[in-house]
Write a protein that binds this ligand. Structure first.
Ligand code: FES
Length: 278
């Protein structure tokens, strides 16, 4: 049996702002009945301030509590302020949710984003960045629940998720046929490998690693075409290099080589690195 906070139970028993707003300015939707949960969020505006918000949901007690607290969190705030609300903010406002129910807080965040996206689109904005990372152009990883790579990555980043099971708890991805579990595992591995390698390196370790990658992976490639590369300095995330031999003569070639060196260093050492030719 799951442990619920007093606040979750209180919002479940006495949900605030239930119902619909007939003349709502924007309506956000998330989830679907086929997936077992759905939420409709109605918003009434006064200029760019949310004057009123109501919700209708089909779902468990956590979905009711998440939707209820979300309406309280957004009433009286500007659109710019609520744009920053994450699922973690919703769960924190409820005094926490059981891991298995975190997707209810994600559904609240997604309904809010859906509403804002519709509003900004009408206003002529093409695409805005939201904390959930959902974009129309994003690759769908879990077709059962229509969860994208960007959504999984943002849930991983915001909530520090480490396992496929945790991702399923937060996003529902992987919770039906399970076909997407391998792809979710790859996303997790790639994210945490990059993060830990970037976080754990001291400045000296970073220089040593850059030198090693240049010596073992970049230099041999350039030598095949009669060129070479020397590491001159590392200043923060800027790697200063000198191209020698055939590589130094042609401006176009040196631009291509710079991109080549940069992409390998980003991949093998730290994604924040840039390369400067001196
Ligand atoms: S594709 Fe993700 S659970 Fe089916």
């Amino acid at each position: 049996m799951w442990e619920y906070s007093e606040k979750v139970l209180e919002h479940y028993r006495n949900p605030r702002n239930v119902g619909k707003i007939d003349d709502a300015d924007i309506i956000g939707e998330a989830g679907s009945l086929a997936c077992g949960d759905s939420l409709k969020l109605y918003i009434k505006l006064d200029g760019n301030v949310i004057k009123d918000a109501k919700f209708q949901t089909f779902g468990c007690g956590s979905a009711v509590a998440s939707s209820s607290i979300l309406t309280e969190m957004i009433i009286g705030k500007t659109l710019d302020e609520v744009k920053k609300i994450t699922n973690k903010d919703i769960a924190d406002a409820l005094g926490g949710l059981p891991q298995e129910k975190m997707h209810c807080s994600v559904m609240g965040q997604e309904a809010l984003e859906d509403a804002l996206k519709k509003y900004y689109k009408e206003d002529g904005w093409e695409e805005i960045e939201f904390p959930s990372g959902k974009k129309e152009s994003d690759k769908v990883i879990c077709t059962c629940f229509n969860v994208t790579e960007g959504q999984i990555l943002e849930a991983v980043k915001i909530n520090g998720l480490k396992t496929v099971e945790e991702v399923t708890n937060y996003t529902k991805a992987g919770g039906a046929c399970g076909r997407c579990k391998g792809a979710i595992k790859n996303i997790l591995e790639e994210y945490w490998n990059k993060t830990s390698s970037a976080e754990e390196l001291t400045p000296t370790q970073k220089i040593l690693k850059i030198n090693k990658v240049i010596d073992q992976q970049i230099s041999p490639q350039l030598q095949k075409d009669g060129g070479d590369i020397e590491l001159v300095d590392v200043d923060g995330n800027t790697v200063k290099v000198k191209l020698t031999g055939m590589c130094s003569g042609c401006k176009n070639a040196s631009m291509t080589i710079k991109s080549f060196v940069e992409s390998i260093l980003k991949d093998k050492v730290d994604s924040n690195l840039t390369v400067e030719q001196v």
